[in-house]
Design a protein around this ligand. Structure first.
Ligand code: RB5
Length: 149
């Protein structure tokens, strides 16, 4: 079973707590990297922690929840080797794994309800990267990343 880091800002705090409990019930090991309350914080700080843990191989995968998922994805994608996808439902979560090999997913605590959030993590964890033509495309993304460094 994968080790999963999870993080949120205040906009995703309550949903993070529920998703964490859901994953632990299913037997996953979860590393909670904050935030710890509804108090207002800056989402880049939590995206950075989770994305760097994924980059370093300290965890296998990461989940980031803010109000919309957007700020978390923008930030996490600044960390080389991280492929963060904003997902909205089980279908986008499934495809983010099968085609994009997303090692981080992000979603919005103000966008998705509890049932959709659980279906998102189920779909993402159940599916695997398909490789083939999709691996070639990821190679092109990696090439861009090294040009920027
Ligand atoms: C915080 O109000 C909000 O901007 C943040 O949670 C997130 O939605 C940013 O993308």
């Amino acid at each position: 079973m994968e080790l999963i880091a999870i993080g949120s800002d205040h906009g995703g705090f309550h949903l993070k707590e529920k998703v964490k409990a859901y994953l632990m019930e299913k037997g996953y090991k979860v590393l909670d990297m904050g935030t710890e309350s509804e108090a207002s914080v800056d989402y880049p700080d939590y995206a950075e922690k989770v994305a760097k843990a994924v980059q370093a191989g300290e965890v296998d995968l990461g989940i980031l929840i803010c109000g919309t998922g957007i700020g978390m994805a923008i930030t996490a994608n600044k960390i080389p080797g991280v492929r963060a996808a904003v997902v909205h439902d089980a279908y986008t979560a499934e495809m983010s794994r099968r085609h994009n090999n997303a090692n981080v997913i992000t979603f919005g605590g103000r966008v998705v309800g509890l049932g959709v959030a659980f279906s998102i993590v189920d779909a993402w964890l159940r599916n695997r990267f398909e490789g083939g033509r999709h691996a070639r495309r990821l190679g092109k993304i990696e090439a861009l990343e090294s040009q920027e460094r």
